[in-house]
Design a protein around this ligand. Structure first.
Ligand code: THU
Length: 144
């Protein structure tokens, strides 16, 4: 039943991965399209192929069509044919640092329940957590 280790056994992503993803997330952050909320977010994940996939939030005048930064990164990874990732950095300039919204948690869970996540801001505040901690008991289709 329990497919992933409990939080107590978790460790943060290594410094090299964090630095690599933070740079990519900050670059994506600068490209966020957020004229309505003025809340920019950048995300970057390390795909199982070793490549970095970044995304920013892209808003719309029809607010509900807004795409979160994490979803943009997941789309890029899938477009490259990659279905797994090991680590994700979410960058914002808010306090506390933005953590993935509920919808994004389920989308992240689809591909990597065990991935390490770091939510960081411009002040260096940082939350280290795992996808399955962000979304305990996330939904999965039953596999026969
Ligand atoms: N947003 C993200 O891109 N990721 C998150 O984790 C939280 C929220 C975006 C959506 C919207 O463009 C703006 O932040 C305000 O909600």
């Amino acid at each position: 039943m329990v497919a992933f280790p409990p939080a107590a056994t978790l460790s943060a992503m290594d410094t090299y991965t964090f630095t690599l993803l933070l740079g990519a997330a900050q670059a994506a952050y600068a490209h966020a399209y957020a004229p309505y909320s003025h809340f920019q977010v950048g995300a970057a994940l390390l795909g199982a192929d070793g490549q970095v996939y970044a995304g920013c939030n892209v808003e719309n005048a029809s607010y509900g069509l807004t795409r979160c930064a994490e979803q943009s990164a997941i789309q890029g990874m899938n477009t490259a044919g990659v279905r797994q990732f090991d680590a994700l950095v979410v960058y914002s300039e808010s306090t506390p640092p933005a953590s993935p919204c509920g919808a994004c948690r389920q989308i992240l869970f689809e591909f990597a329940p065990g991935a390490k996540v770091a939510c960081v801001n411009h002040l260096g505040e940082r939350l280290d957590i795992q996808v399955s901690e962000l979304l305990p008991h996330g939904f999965r289709m039953a596999q026969e």
